[in-house]
Design a protein around this ligand. Structure first.
Ligand code: 5GP
Ligand code: ZN
Length: 151
């Protein structure tokens, strides 16, 4: 637990919130500034800052809890779909530095849904740049894998 952390305060019960579910490892509660009706957050009880810091076990548990809750949310709220979102880093819109998955029910009825896509759908990217970046990443991942297998 991190004493400076808002979401650790929520898990500890010292910060008021609307609880949705919990298990041994994870905790789910409603987002205070929802992007749509039913927007909630799923977090590990154990503090970790972001996607890079969270342990594989906690990440798996949070993801599975988010899947379970998303299935119920679609039924209970009669939603038309779900977005799962994680922001990692301030420049990627992270504002609370305790790992969380947003579970955001989506609706055809826009009175229930304030989300819009942050990029222009259907705008093709530069094929050369896509190829260059994809190859660069694949090469780095291959190198990483062979280093792991050697050690
Ligand atoms: P991020 O921008 O880090 O991905 O998401 C943080 C989320 O936490 C935001 O959607 C924001 O509305 C939510 N949030 C911030 N403060 C509180 C709070 O005090 N209580 C609750 N329930 N949600 C909060
Ligand atoms: Zn925390």
């Amino acid at each position: 637990m991190n004493n400076q952390c808002l979401f650790c305060g929520i898990v500890a019960g010292s910060v008021p919130h609307v609880k949705v579910a919990e298990d041994e490892t994870t905790y789910a509660f409603m987002d205070i500034n929802p992007g749509s009706n039913g927007h909630l957050l799923v977090i590990p009880k154990r503090h970790s800052k972001d996607l890079f810091e969270i342990s594989p076990e906690d990440l798996a548990a949070v993801t599975l809890a988010a899947q379970r809750i998303a299935k119920s949310a679609v039924e209970v709220f009669e939603a038309d779909g779900i977005n799962l979102l994680n922001c990692c880093g301030a420049d990627a819109w992270q504002t609370v530095f305790h790992f969380h998955l947003h579970v955001i029910p989506r609706y055809i009825d826009k009175t229930k849904d304030r989300l819009v896509l942050p990029w222009q759908p259907g705008t093709l990217g530069d094929p050369d740049l896509i190829e260059t970046l994809g190859s660069k990443l694949a090469t780095s991942l291959d190198r990483q894998l062979s280093t792991t297998m050697e050690s």
